[in-house]
Ligand binder design. Structure first.
Ligand code: PGA
Length: 229
């Protein structure tokens, strides 16, 4: 089974820092069969990273956006529609708890984003929180359910430095997999020292990493760790 190791840069980095990150990453990174490294930069750096990727023959690195418009092309000022990044990314993160909290996104918005992404043949990575996991999954249309990845991210674990206990992660991931048969990754205070612990949890198909992915060499190290599973 593939392990998905996802770097969520959130709203970080200027152009120079993107170059530094890449130079550190490519100095350490090696492809491993069964590991997919996914980099999710801000929209403005997707083309930059595609340029860097073209110079390498990596089979295990792809890109994601951190969000997408719930609307198609049209009069939606400021929105980036899925058709615009079709062919530039393989994945898109949607429904991150920060989007839900600070941008007031609803389950219906997330469902609309999933629809737009699948039309553009981009795989949605749908983030779900512990307390609302059932309603957040149920909001996704039945026909889309088999074509997504789930990122289980308990709210208190995100950015707190305190990841959820592995036993608890296992319990929720088992519950998710009882209703939806797709890969489930864990996110919330994962770093290079605890990555192996979470990769070892039965049912966990990878990691969504925020703060600890901001250093290229640390992210590459976590991809190496996944290569051993
Ligand atoms: P964190 O963030 O690794 O900084 O806790 C994870 C996430 O929100 O995706």
């Amino acid at each position: 089974m593939t392990k998905y190791i996802i770097a969520n840069w959130k709203s970080n980095k200027v152009n120079e820092e993107v170059k530094e990150w890449w130079s550190e990453f490519q100095a350490v990174y090696m492809d491993h069969p069964g590991v997919e490294a996914i980099i999710a930069p801000a929209f403005v750096y997707i083309s930059t990273l595609n340029g860097f990727l073209k110079d390498k023959n990596y089979s295990g690195v792809s890109l994601a956006s951190q969000d997408i418009s719930p609307f198609p092309f049209g009069a939606y000022t400021g929105a980036v529609s899925a058709g615009m990044i079709k062919g530039l990314v393989r994945y898109a993160i949607v429904g991150h708890s920060e989007r839900r909290r600070y941008f007031h996104e609803t389950n219906q918005d997330v469902a609309n984003k999933v629809f737009q992404l699948l039309e553009a043949k981009i795989t949605p990575i749908v983030c779900v929180d512990k307390d609302y996991v059932n309603s957040q999954i149920n909001a996704i249309e039945d026909s889309a359910r088999q074509s997504i990845l789930i990122a289980y991210e308990p709210l208190e674990a995100i950015g707190s430095g305190i990841p959820e206990k592995p036993e608890e992660v296992k319990k929720v991931v088992d519950d998710i997999k009882a209703v939806i048969k797709v890969p489930v990754v864990y996110g919330g205070s994962v770093n290079k020292d605890n990555a192996a612990i979470y990769l070892n949890v039965p049912g966990v198909d990878g990691l969504l990493i925020g703060g600890a992915s901001l250093k290229g060499k640390d992210f590459a190290a976590m991809c190496q760790t996944a290569g051993a599973f």
